[in-house]
Design a protein around this ligand. Structure first.
Ligand code: GLA
Length: 546
């Protein structure tokens, strides 16, 4: 047993109690959660982006065809919803008032009464299909088309100096999502943490004016460790940030570089650079880039590994392939409901590597919302086939005869296994499993007193230990408000991360979110300092650690 600030001793929470605690009590018609109930957090976005297959040739015709295909081929039904127009949609012209001027030939009227050059036309079209629309700009003065992959150089396609004006325009056009690139910011040596915060605040002001929220996608390629500053930047309720460069530059049929191929090693490198589990929680996600599934270069087996890696990472599932020419196999890979469910799981956690069995043989695990459930990836990075074993202990599960294993790609139950499962994995391949077992024990810690005197809301958890270096932490809290409350978490001397706490329904109702923390002190020597940055009845109650 651990002592917490010399006051209350912590308790070991038994699995039975967790199961009991997952029950939702219905009181007078209102749903009341209790302290152990995990509250669903926003999932990573799913959709399509124009960049990988169309580069700067994107126009209304292409965008409409992709939206049509997303509905017709079943992707929309499977959960894909954003149709994102990337770079190339405008060429840097503004009118005397600084408003973006759009080429009416590329973006014509699409219905009677519409005006050519009005981006609201394409948004209406996308919305009419039941989908959402995304747009693109740069945080600097210029955009990436000053280094064009195809066609001429275009200057001044960034939004610097026009943040509020441009984002207001995007919202008025009806866009739901904005990706903000960093070529211009990089050239000017701007500070991305400063610029992206300013943009997030502009998005907030635009929402206050129009009632329309733009989902915020930060594209700084991981150069300045965005996972340390991007979660909740500028007050964003949820956001994503790129963690690496592009998997492959665009491959546009019948154009320059049309013979390019995406590579398996390039895709794996992006996956590896995207692993920052301490920052991925409560609706904030690392983004290892648009997927190349269905593009030239990867085999069908490699496409499945790619999808498995993005799913176990809870990465945004933004497809870069041309949706009108997807092979049936690529489409099946992208729409596997079990892989998508892993990615979109409402706990919102990133999978972590929990064991290595010799060089290049790895076990990855992603905790899922249902207690005792894990997505498990057995990854063979070597040149030879190999057997890879996962022990239930690697997953934080107890040994139990009732533990079941399911193969996500075979869509088949494999049986029950008491303490481990071994699979034969081909070279450069992976097996994706769902393991349903008995949840491991958590240790609960009560909140101790603040050390910061007047900042009474700060909550300290001292003498905390975890069985593993990257440990799951359940944070119980109350948020009677209608919007998420935010708190900053600092673990030991590490850079803090901001956590969003969704509403729990009332001042009496408790709930919980899960995060993963790096326990870099051995034994019961870790300190978790949680400082709410807004109050309104919001209370942190306790934490439980694996
Ligand atoms: C950068 C981004 C890409 C794409 C291009 C557009 O390279 O990383 O995803 O948006 O710019 O030029």
């Amino acid at each position: 047993m651990f002592k917490v600030d010399g006051s209350k001793s912590s308790q070991v929470i038994l699995v039975a109690l967790i199961a009991f605690a997952m029950m939702v009590v219905h009181l007078g018609g209102a749903t009341q959660a209790n302290a152990q109930t995990a509250i669903a957090v926003p999932p990573p976005p799913m959709g399509w982006s124009s960049w990988n297959s169309f580069s700067n040739t994107v126009d209304a015709k292409i965008t409409m065809a992709q939206a049509d295909a997303m509905v017709a081929n079943g992707m929309a039904k499977a959960g894909y919803q954003y149709v994102n127009i990337d770079e190339g949609w405008w060429l840097g012209q503004r009118d005397a008032d600084g408003n973006i001027v759009v080429d009416g030939k590329a973006w014509p009227a699409l219905a009677p009464g519409e005006r050519a050059g009005d981006m609201a036309n394409i948004v209406r079209y996308i919305h009419s299909k039941g989908l959402k629309a995304g747009i693109y700009t740069d945080a600097g003065m210029d955009g990436c088309s000053m280094y064009p992959d195809l066609g001429p150089v275009y200057q001044h396609v960034g939004s610097e100096g026009h943040y509020e004006q441009d984002f207001l325009q995007f919202a008025k056009w009806g866009f739901d999502y904005v990706k903000v690139d960093w070529c211009g910011g990089d050239k000017e040596k701007l500070d991305p943490a400063v610029q992206y915060a300013e943009i997030a605040r502009a998005i907030d002001r635009v929402q206050a004016k129009t009632g329309h929220r733009l989902y915020f996608s930060i594209c700084e390629w991981g150069n300045n460790s965005p996972w340390t500053w991007a979660p909740n930047i500028g007050g964003a309720p949820s956001d994503i940030w790129r963690t690496s460069g592009d998997i492959v530059p665009p491959i546009v049929p019948h154009q320059k570089h049309s013979g390019r191929l995406a590579s398996f090693t390039g895709m794996l490198a992006n996956f590896d650079q995207g692993v920052h589990p301490e920052a991925e929680h409560t609706g904030f996600y690392n983004d290892p880039d648009m997927m190349v599934v269905g593009m030239p270069g990867l085999t069908e087996a490699q496409n499945r590994v790619h999808m498995s890696l993005w799913a176990i990472s809870a990465a945004p599932l933004i497809v870069g392939a041309d949706l009108t020419t997807l092979s049936p196999a690529a489409l099946a890979t992208l729409t596997n409901p079990e892989a998508i469910a892993i990615d979109q799981d409402s706990l919102g956690l990133q999978g972590v590597k929990v064991a290595t069995r010799g060089d290049g043989l790895e076990v990855w695990s992603k905790a899922l919302a249902s207690p005792g459930e894990r997505a498990v990836l057995l990854l063979n990075r070597t040149g030879d086939p190999a057997s890879i074993t996962v022990h239930w202990g690697d997953l934080g599960l107890q040994d139990a005869l009732t533990t079941s294993v399911r193969d996500v790609w075979a869509r088949k139950e494999l049986g029950k296994f008491e303490s481990s499962y071994s699979a034969h994995v081909q070279s450069n391949d992976a097996v994706l499993l769902i393991v349903r077992g008995r949840e491991g024990k958590l240790t609960e810690y009560a909140a101790g007193a603040s050390e910061r005197g007047s900042t009474v809301q700060e909550v300290l958890f001292r003498n905390v230990s975890s069985r593993v270096r990257i440990g799951r932490v359940r944070i119980a809290y109350r948020n009677p408000d209608h919007t998420p409350r935010i708190a900053e978490l600092r673990v030991n001397g590490q850079i803090p991360t901001r956590i969003a706490f969704p509403p729990t329904g009332s001042a009496q109702a408790s709930g919980a979110v899960w995060i993963q923390a790096i326990f870099d002190r051995e034994g019961a020597k870790n300190v978790l300092d949680v400082s709410p940055i807004s109050d309104s009845g919001f209370r942190i109650q306790s934490i439980a650690v694996e």
